[in-house]
Design a protein around this ligand. Structure first.
Ligand SMILES: Cc1cc2nc3c(=O)[nH]c(=O)nc-3n(C[C@H](O)[C@H](O)[C@H](O)COP(=O)(O)OP(=O)(O)OC[C@H]3O[C@@H](n4cnc5c(N)ncnc54)[C@H](O)[C@@H]3O)c2cc1C
Length: 313
């Protein structure tokens, strides 16, 4: 029976959403799913970590900050030795990127980043799918079956595992090295928005035309309780901070509803929003490629539509 070790991502004492998604990815492989929680007070997170599909939670008390990658590396290496998994999963995030390559090197693991699908035959190798060439091609990467593979899964690609599981819990004492990393201050970008947590996103593209018009869409989005996303040209123009950008080099999102205003549907943008539950596209060009991914489409001028929405709100 296969065994997966999922390395939880803890940010400021809270489990990041990608952890529950990585649990779903691990559970899809069958077998045991061991969720490791490494933070200052891991016992505070046991309820949040008791997700459906998790068979065991292993906690490691780590004195440093949740951003301490030396501590994360040492704890992950000890966990792999203790759990002896067939595969190790974590989110593909800035945090895991700080230690995953070092972990792969230290333990001689095969490493796959930005995985969008995973499968494993009972006796065969783990096969991870990555999208390459700007999303034009999907590549299947086969990991050496004789040793664990380390797979970093793309956020917002798997459904989040639900709370309410009943895993066993144990703690692992790890002698963590004195860290050389000091976290001085967390400076969030101004206008910061966490699109990964948004239920509804209104997203604006180049069709919006001007920074003044972005403000109109921002106002209407707020009235509907939606977060404001954008395509890259809007960020490149300086009309919105980078935290609003959806896409391959922006944020990957999976809201219940994604409404795209004046966005053509380039592969780079699609890579970040195509897993949204319902996609609504408003574009004056009926041939815009994004219509091919829409559940609902309107060939309309976005300024007329936003005016109507403003009246409705
Ligand atoms: C390495 C790399 C990484 C990239 N990463 C990203 C990324 O993460 N995210 C991202 O979004 N892009 C990214 N891009 C850019 C991407 O390739 C596209 O250029 C970009 O997504 C296009 O944005 P857009 O759809 O807003 O603009 P356009 O392609 O110019 O489309 C504008 C659309 O608005 C419509 N429109 C115009 N006026 C109106 C109106 N009044 N009413 C209705 N519709 C109207 C037009 O018909 C058109 O379809 C990346 C590019 C590269 C090279």
């Amino acid at each position: 029976m296969t065994r997966s070790l999922v390395l939880a991502e803890v940010i400021d004492g809270v489990l990041a959403p990608v952890t529950a998604q990585a649990v779903t990815a691990a559970a899809s492989l069958g077998g045991d799913v061991v969720l490791a929680v490494v933070t200052q007070e891991p016992h505070d997170l046991i309820e949040a970590a008791s997700l459906v599909g998790v068979t065991e939670i292993v906690t490691v008390a780590a004195p440093g900050s949740d951003r301490d990658h030396e501590q994360a590396l040492a704890a992950a290496a000890a966990l792999v030795a203790d759990v002896d998994p067939d595969q190790v999963l974590a989110g593909f995030t800035i945090r895991s990127s700080a230690y995953a390559a070092a972990l792969g090197h230290l333990l001689d693991l095969g490493v796959v980043t930005d995985a969008i699908a995973l499968r494993r035959d009972e006796s065969g190798p783990l096969i991870a799918t990555r999208s390459v060439y700007d999303g034009r091609v999907h590549a299947e990467v086969e990991l050496d079956a004789s040793r664990p593979g380390l797979v970093l899964v793309r956020p917002s690609t798997w459904e989040a595992a639900e709370p309410g599981g009943s895993p066993t819990v144990r703690s692992l004492a790890v002698d963590l090295p004195e860290s050389r990393v000091r976290s001085v201050e967390l400076v969030r970008p101004s206008g910061d928005v966490d699109l990964t947590r948004a239920d509804v996103i209104f997203s604006v593209g180049r069709g919006v035309g001007s920074q003044e018009n972005v403000a109109v869409f921002a106002e209407v989005a707020a009235k509907f309780g939606a977060a404001l996303g954008s395509s890259r040209p809007i960020v490149d123009a300086g009309w919105l901070p980078a935290s609003h950008q959806v896409g391959q080099t922006g944020t990957t999102v999976k809201p219940r509803l994604y409404v795209a205003f004046g966005i053509s549907g380039a592969l780079h943008h699609l890579a970040g929003m195509q897993n949204s539950q319902t996609i609504v596209v408003v574009n004056s060009d009926k041939n815009a490629p994004l219509f091919g991914h829409a559940d609902v489409g309107a060939v309309e001028d976005i300024h007329d539509v936003v005016e109507q929405l403003n009246l409705l709100a």
